[in-house]
Structure formats: structure tokens, C-alpha cells
Ligand binder design. Structure first.
Ligand code: PLP
Length: 233
């Protein structure tokens, strides 16, 4: 079931790229495997998934440690990150999507220095300004990026991430995706040292096609690949 669903989502990603006149290689499909067992991750892997996203440190680490999974998986932290847990993932994940404060970036910087690595990060933006969401406000994003780039040399800002509102009609999120793309262009135009805007991580099961049409380079799809999540166990 997972393999079939993975291929179906992959196909929809390809079609959205075609509609938008973009190359398929421009968009990375992240299989969001939170709450799902290793057996399902293996199925997705066998269908072609190589990039997996998790939103809890403990679960992420236990999956990265699993000997049942191949070693060529790119693991990415997509969820809210507490500073006291940064040390468990620095040097082990390829990208942290969810940096929304200087203090968090500072801790990632400290742990990166200790391990002798440079950690690629994205800045999480609360594009729709929802009270319930993490992320920096659009209008505060450039200042945060400038501060991180100036003061922290063991993190590298690679782009932006957003979690759009939950909507029934994905078209409702198009303006937010468009704002994110415009923001990333504005930041590129600032020419800040050590900052690039190669990555725009936006779009989930309900709206990834619209996100691709508006410029997403990473889409994070959970339910569409693995089915509904059950948080009871
Ligand atoms: C769970 C999650 C997703 C995937 O959501 P679906 O709607 O199941 O595709 C994407 N991004 C983040 C940050 C998540 O926590």
C-alpha cells in the first residue's frame, strides 16, 4: 500500500512540475514518516524514497539508528525543535527545517562547532501569521537571517520553510506560497554573506501541487504516502 501511494504522489509531483514548466529534479519529495513503523519506511524506500522527514527528536534518532534501514537515506528534522535536544541531531541530519529564533540557531551553532560540522538550516516562517503556529513573522525574517549570518559561522542558511494553514481547498494557500517565494527573492537580493535561498520547503499532502506551482523546491508529504496518523499509541 505504501509503495503504491508513494508512486502515486511521485507521479503527481512530476505532473505539477510539468504544469509549472519546472524540471522534476528541482523538487525533492520528503516522505514524512512520523508515527509510522520502520516496516512502512522500508516500503517507501523500496518504492524510491530517499529523503525522510521526522518532527520529534527521539523518534528521528531511533529511526536513524535502526539497522533495518539503508544508510543512504537523507534524514531531515522538520518539526519544532527544543534547544536541549539539538545535540542529539547535529551532525546526523542533513537539514533542519524549523529554525525560528536566534537562540535556537545559536545552540545549533554551538553543537556544530563541537562536532566540527556546518549545519544547513532553513528559517521557518509563519506565512499566514497564525497564533497556533511556530515560525517568524514575514516582516521579521530578514533581520533574523542577517543576525544569524553575521554572528554564527557553523550554521548555513539555505532557504525558508513554512507550514501553511489547514484548508479544504488548496487554492486558499496559494497566496501564502506566493508570499514565501517573493520573500525568498527579496532575501536573495539582499546579497547577505553565507546565505543562499536555494530551498523553499512548503506544501504538504493537501496542497503540495499548488506549492510546486508557486516555487517549492521541497514538499513534505506524510498522510498521502503513509496514510492517516494515529496518535493514540
Ligand atoms: C506532519 C508534517 C507534514 C506532513 O503532513 P501531511 O499533511 O500528513 O502530509 C509536513 N510538515 C511538517 C512540519 C509536519 O509536521
Amino acid at each position: 500500500m505504501v509503495a503504491e501511494q508513494y508512486r502515486e504522489i511521485e507521479e503527481r509531483v512530476t505532473k505539477a512540475c510539468e504544469r509549472a514548466g519546472r524540471k522534476r529534479e528541482e523538487v525533492t519529495l520528503i516522505a514524512v514518516s512520523k508515527t509510522k513503523p520502520i516496516s512502512m519506511l522500508k516500503e517507501a524506500y523500496e518504492a524510491g524514497a530517499r529523503t525522510f522527514g521526522e518532527n520529534k527528536v527521539q523518534e528521528l534518532v531511533s529511526k536513524m539508528d535502526s539497522e533495518e534501514l539503508a544508510s543512504d537515506i537523507s534524514w531531515q528534522m522538520i518539526g519544532h525543535l527544543q534547544r536541549n535536544k539539538v545535540k542529539y541531531i547535529v551532525g546526523r541530519v542533513d537539514l533542519i527545517h524549523s529554525v525560528d529564533s536566534f537562540r535556537l540557531a545559536e545552540e545549533i551553532n554551538i553543537q556544530s562547532k563541537k562536532k566540527g560540522v556546518i549545519t544547513p538550516i532553513l528559517i521557518e516562517v509563519n506565512a499566514a501569521n497564525e497564533d497556533t503556529k511556530f515560525g517568524v513573522k514575514i516582516e521579521d525574517t530578514i533581520d533574523l537571517i542577517k543576525q544569524i549570518a553575521k554572528e554564527l559561522d557553523s550554521v548555513q542558511i539555505k532557504g525558508l520553510m513554512t507550514i501553511a494553514p489547514y484548508v479544504v481547498d488548496s487554492e486558499e494557500n496559494r497566496p501564502y506560497f506566493r508570499k514565501m517565494k517573493a520573500l525568498s527573492v527579496d532575501i536573495t537580493n539582499e546579497n547577505i554573506d553565507n546565505v543562499c535561498m536555494d530551498i523553499l520547503s512548503m506544501g504538504m499532502t493537501g496542497d503540495f501541487e499548488v506549492a510546486i506551482e508557486e516555487g517549492a523546491t521541497m514538499v513534505r508529504v506524510g498522510t498521502g504516502i503513509f496514510g492517516e496518523r494515529n496518535y493514540q499509541n
